[in-house]
Write a protein that binds this ligand. Sequence first.
Ligand code: C2E
Ligand code: MG
Ligand code: MG
Ligand code: MG
Length: 291
Amino acid sequence: AAKRAGGGCFTVYESAMSGDASEQLVLQQALRRAIELGELALFYQPKIRANGAAVHGLEALLRWHHPERGLVSPAVFVPLAERFGLIGTIGHWVLEAACAQLAQWQAQGHACRVAINLSPHQLRQTDLPERIAQALQRHGLQPSSLVCEITETAMMENLGPERGVLDAIAALGVYVSIDDFGTGYSSLAHLRNIPARQLKIDRSFVADLEQDADARAVLGSIVQLAHALRMEVVAEGVETAAQRRLLARMGCDLLQGYLIARPMPAEAVLPWITAFEQGVRAARADEVPSV
Ligand code: C2E
Ligand code: MG
Ligand code: MG
Ligand code: MG
């Protein structure tokens, strides 16, 4: 049965995940055609400065508008795309779509960044750095305005022979970000060998923050370590005002989560940014002491 998940998504295909062969074939063909048929879309979720003063950038999150089954979550179809050998094609589509969108927003005067997510399989594609470089050039983008989010687990797997792909992406000047940090089993010592400039603390720590002193202790240490290694810290999954206050006080640089905004279609982004900036100006006006 379809289940409601984050960002207005329905997770379906659980039967396909569990292995029915004919269902798998149907799904594989559907996913293959999704790109040609224009069923894939990127939603965007803002990351803001923890002091609330500015929008820092947007994370592109993939959506599949299935004609019969509705909006399918990437948590479901990205693993399937990997298994079917389709993640390369889908990844190229994401890169192209995100760069085109970013160029459009920048042309409209918004100095924002866009982050894309890369799966472990994509890090094994040795032509990925070249493709990223070409996409940046084609759209006239500064490398540092593109962020590549890669999970901690995928990074650790790539410390071996495939490590070159990650280094080459970073060498382009693209911002590398460690996603879902704290859920993997990495040795903290490896952190200094990763060419990342941003670290995203997994939302499980954020969720436990208010009730759990241990979660606060771990989060505080991660923030300090990341800062000592000159990395910017993002807290993901911020859902309450209390979490937001705690995270800002603990030194997180950027915040992302439903409290700030849910992932939204591209056309909703500029109106959202405008409203956010009006809110910032109104808050500043309030601070002016009355005479
Ligand atoms: P992620 O990169 O860690 O993205 C964060 C996920 O948490 C997103 O789910 C987002 O909608 C959700 N989220 C954001 N704020 C909150 C919050 O306050 N509370 C809760 N409960 N959830 C929140 P989504 O969009 O379903 O994406 C799931 C995962 O799929 C992503 O995790 C990422 O690993 C993967 N993914 C998404 N887009 C792509 C893509 O273009 N390519 C690849 N390879 N993977 C992607
Ligand atoms: Mg991410
Ligand atoms: Mg994440
Ligand atoms: Mg995640």
